[in-house]
Design a protein around this ligand. Sequence first.
Ligand SMILES: [Zn+2]
Length: 419
Amino acid sequence: MLINIGQLVTLRSAQTGPRRGTSLSELDIVENAAVLSLGGKIVSVGTAKDALRDPWLKKNRKKVTEIDCGGRVVLPGFVDSHTHPVFMEPRLVDFEKRIAGAGYEEIAAAGGGIRSSLDGVRKASKVTLTQRVLDALRDLAKHGTTTVEAKSGYGLNLESELKSLEAIRAAAKQWPGMVVPTFLGAHVVPPEYRGRSQNYVEIVCKEMIPAVAKRKLAKFVDVFCDRGAFSEIECSRIFGAALEHGLAIRGHVGQLSYPKEGFIESTLECCQPASLDHMDHVRDDEVAALAKSDTVVTLVPGANYFLGLEKYPPARKFIDSGVAVALATDYNPGTSPTISMSMAMSLACTHMKMSPAEAIAAATINGAFALGLDNRKGSVEPGKDADMAVFDARNYKEIPYWFGVNRCVQTIIGGVANT
Ligand SMILES: [Zn+2]
């Protein structure tokens, strides 16, 4: 049982579906709160006064493990719905090149970017990759994250993509939080298929996706659909193959350039993607179509920050138009080397003009919707998994306010104190 919670942000709600518009800022806060969990699930949420009057608790108090939150803020554990944790080395050369003025596509064309992470992953053993992923998961938990979506995508051949997904699975088994694996074989065209992207797409569709589905290594298939990556036609083919094999869809869309007109609308209709991510480049009619769908737009401002961009995705336009938005770190070695959801929230507030309340809902409950886990994650209410994070703060608004530091002092996963 968590007791002595100064401010409990529950995000309870009677409404169904992801949060949109004004409901994104409805946090349902309980002051001086307590949360009781049993067998990993939350059984009651309320004021400490009410909890201590509960007859069951009066009788069983001695048997219950108490976690004293010291009057601090408690949130549902963050749901980081977009990460790329299977890589070996940081990309320090790209980092310095960019500082010296090179752009994303220029770096990629010179052999940097995603392709420069291939060698490390292809040569690494599964055990080594597993350890890398596990280190990241443990670090994420220290920063308040209890559910993580994890993509492959730095192997880019059958063997190394399977190895990457197996590493995610092996790491997930050793970590108490939940990991949702995503196959991102279509991250970029690997160098051996340069100029022959269709041949690579063929392998993704005919060899990789069937192998991933057969081994149940992923819940989602993701594609980087953008200039310099995969075209809309290639992306649609891959989505089709994923659906045929019973895998759900998510996509990297509109980061570097506008997608082809009509692509977003047709993808929403044919594939009901759980999430479309980045969306720096979006047209008004696409925003209107997204607002009518249950697809979440996952914003990853860490990438804009780290690329040193002036422009950020139009979060206000999405929210004010009724699109469901989530926030994620996009943890990866090239464009967003951070595991901090608090930092993503801070960037959302300062650069995308989201309120602290909106940023919290986007980082928790809407992240859960973006992963199809809204029945278990993202809010503190009876029946859900007892995943929470304690922050050294008196007010939830302090979490995005104190940027660049970790105020998370404890993470509770399945009712058990983790850090
Ligand atoms: Zn990404």
